[in-house]
Write a protein that binds this ligand. Sequence first.
Ligand code: PMT
Length: 400
Amino acid sequence: MKGKRIVVGVTGGIAVFKAAALVSQLTQRGAEVQVIMTQSATQFVTPLTFQTLSRKPVALDTFEEKDPSVVTHIDIADHADLFVIAPATANILAKLAHGLGDDMLSTTLLATQAPVMIAPAMNVHMYQNPVVQENMEKLRNLGHIFIDPGSGQLACGYVGQGRMEEPEKIISAIEAFFHRRKGKLYGKRILVTAGPTREPIDPVRYLSNRSSGKMGYAIAEEAAAAGGEVVLISGPVHLETPPGVTRQEVMTAKEMHDAVMKELDRADVIIKAAAVADYQPVRISKSKIKKKEENEELKLKKTVDIATEVGKKKGSRLFVGFAAETDHVKRYAQEKLRRKNMDMIVANDVSLPGAGFDGDTNVVTVYDQEGMVFQLPLTTKKMVAKRLIEGIGDRLHGGS
Ligand code: PMT
């Protein structure tokens, strides 16, 4: 962080108080911080707070040119290593997505070529508003990095997603960002799937499995730490999004399929650690199925096999699948690797203690089309993820 020039754009929301802590921590870590506040932000906290914490005058007005030798917003834009907008309101997201420049922050953002990190904060319904979501999607596609807001009690009284991420988490994301630039996956887009899928039976019941998402999330975290631009397509789990990772939530195999297919074109690497349901009910009852005297039979049909679809369309992308097996692990895993046209497969023998679903550890053997690549005895999922990402990094750089 030392010597890095970070521009913190502060927009008008109650989370401005967290931005003060963020600026303080960045300055303490040796970053050179330039704060730009919008007029609305100054309604919550005075510029003097940020000036004191950053030890620099706060930029407020595009036309307040104190130094005649430079055009301030262009000067700030040109010298930034990173822009962080925290908190980011729905308004600044809209301006950024549509190229508006009507104040100091938006004109500087238009002029910069530095990467932009965005920590949104707003009311849950504003956050869920399709227009806001569309703007964020557009910005994500343009390469802006999002630090998703957390869920909980919001200042407006609602409970839900919209609370700006804590300053410590934003600092971790910034550190990871600078670290990533040196990593083997820098410049590569990595698509990771994680967790289970849920196939509804009726409004209160579903078919699912014991996947916790831990394996996939560990992979996403390591891939981001190695410099990758990571999109994590996740089934329902109770895990936090790893720093610097963009998460898309899905529920069913069909939703996971659609999300993967939408992202496939732009991905360089696909890692499928999700435990996708193989079957779904033929019919989803609109109302709760009532208990009867006699037994109930549930008719199932196959779900779409996402891995097979990816295998058909992957082109030169590196495709890494998983196999959760209880017997003939090697044979079944290698068959899957070939059948689904994967480049590598991570086989976990889920009959072994400490392997597979739910826990923090795993036991894996990784195969490619040539045979075994490496084997790890009982170890943490974090270590499995680290070794896998190292292996993928080597492959992308021509090693094996
Ligand atoms: O989430 P955790 O609790 O940490 O547990 C980790 C894990 C055991 C879920 C993980 O390590 C793992 O093995 N994931 C894949 C589990 C699985 O579904 O394996 P499979 O052998 O049924 O499927 C083979 C591959 O095809 C997998 O890459 C799977 O994502 C994919 N698949 C399967 C079915 C389907 N309809 N579509 C798919 O894409």
